[in-house]
Design a protein around this ligand. Structure first.
Ligand code: SAH
Ligand code: SF4
Length: 344
């Protein structure tokens, strides 16, 4: 059984180089071929001697993940269905924004998700297992190998609740930071609001962006769409967020899902402004994207504008999230990782 090079750290490459009687410099070369040049095979590591490559290839391979399916949206968004050696699959999305040089990878942290938000396709499929740090970084490597481009930003907004797999997510974050050379500020972790883990991120003074899926400012409404509200309610969440801002000095991103006639009303906008009034945050409004089986509807454009206006009046910076890749079910909440939807 060959071992996989993707996901290893510099110190691991040094051990491998030593095993093969080569210098530390070879370790750095392998490292760069994996993370910066993203080759698909050892053969392509052309600044290593042929003999060394052959010896390396006897025991190692670049990766064992497969692209099961690749879909390209009209807007340029690419969705990959990636299969791990155990047969489990996740979806990973690459987004490009026309006016920027950024290439943003939306990565998954779990196979399925146990949080079961009522509006989300991932939650509907239940929870299977956590992803390891190397399985998380393999998603970005897969994109880089396939596109021959370098990912510049990472958002943990794919399948799964990153804070319920926090140790592995933090290790992956460290690899993105150190090995891919993606700055901490270009990485965002989005959570449904797991309070003990938010406290942990405050204690380690996370320098990446924390995004909170608020979605409703009143407990009764939030409970209807996010069962996690029963365990980690809004009032306690607020204290955790204030503490997080104080300890890290970082502004939080608040994600707010606009569902027609439920969370998109003027009354909800006012309650949201009130809930957030003393919190250092930016707000990102996400118009609901339709998913199979969910009973909700998209908000009207006018409601989105009114909602935005009310929050802006309260002094916050508010953006509306662009819908990306909805024609290939790659938009927020549409990732299910199911193979049954495949047509080929
Ligand atoms: N589990 C994490 C991150 C993944 S989801 C979290 O929940 O925060 C990324 C964002 O997409 C979250 O804010 C999530 O609530 C939102 N989302 C889920 N389903 C959606 C849908 N159908 N339409 C729009 N956004 C959705
Ligand atoms: Fe899980 Fe996030 Fe989907 Fe909720 S929205 S079910 S936390 S992936």
């Amino acid at each position: 059984m060959k071992k996989v090079l993707s996901g290893l750290r510099q110190e691991d490459f040094e051990v491998i180089a030593q095993e093969l009687n080569a210098s530390k410099f070879r370790a750095r070369q392998i490292h760069n071929w994996i993370y910066l040049k993203s080759v698909s095979s050892i053969e392509e590591m052309t600044d290593l001697s042929k003999d060394f490559r052959e010896r390396l290839a006897q025991h190692y391979t670049v990766s064992k993940v497969k692209i099961k399916r690749k879909q390209v949206s009209k807007d340029g968004t690419i969705k990959y269905l990636i299969e791990y050696p155990d047969g489990n699959c996740v979806e990973t999305v690459l987004m490009r924004f026309d006016n920027r040089a950024n290439l943003t990878a939306c990565v998954s942290s779990q196979i399925g998700c146990p949080v079961n938000c009522q509006f989300c396709a991932t939650g509907a499929g239940g929870f299977i297992r956590n992803l390891t740090p190397s399985e998380i970084v393999e998603q970005v490597l897969t994109i880089q190998r396939d596109t021959k481009l370098k990912v510049t930003n990472v958002v943990f907004m794919g399948q799964g609740e990153p804070l319920l797999n926090l140790n592995n997510v933090l290790e992956a974050l460290d690899i993105f930071n150190t090995d891919f050379q993606i700055g901490a500020r270009r990485i965002t972790i989005s959570t449904s609001g797991i309070i003990p883990q938010i406290n942990k991120l405050a204690d380690i003074e996370l320098q990446s962006t924390l995004a909170l899926s608020l979605h409703a400012p009143l407990s009764e409404i939030r409970k209807q769409i996010m069962p996690i509200e029963n365990k980690y309610p809004l009032d306690k969440l607020k204290s955790a967020l204030l503490d997080y801002v104080e300890k890290t000095g970082r502004r939080i991103t608040i994600e707010y899902l606009l569902i027609k006639d439920l969370t998109d009303t003027i009354e909800m906008a006012k309650h949201t402004a009130n809930y957030l009034k003393d919190l250092k945050c930016n707000i990102n409004l996400i118009p609901y994207n339709s998913v199979e089986h969910a009973k909700y509807q998209k908000p009207l454009k006018t409601s989105v504008m009114k909602f935005k206006y009310i929050l802006e009046q309260s002094g916050k910076k508010v953006t509306v999230r662009l819908e990306r890749g909805s024609d290939i079910d790659a938009a927020c909440g549409q990732l299910s990782g199911k193979i049954k939807n495949q047509v080929n």
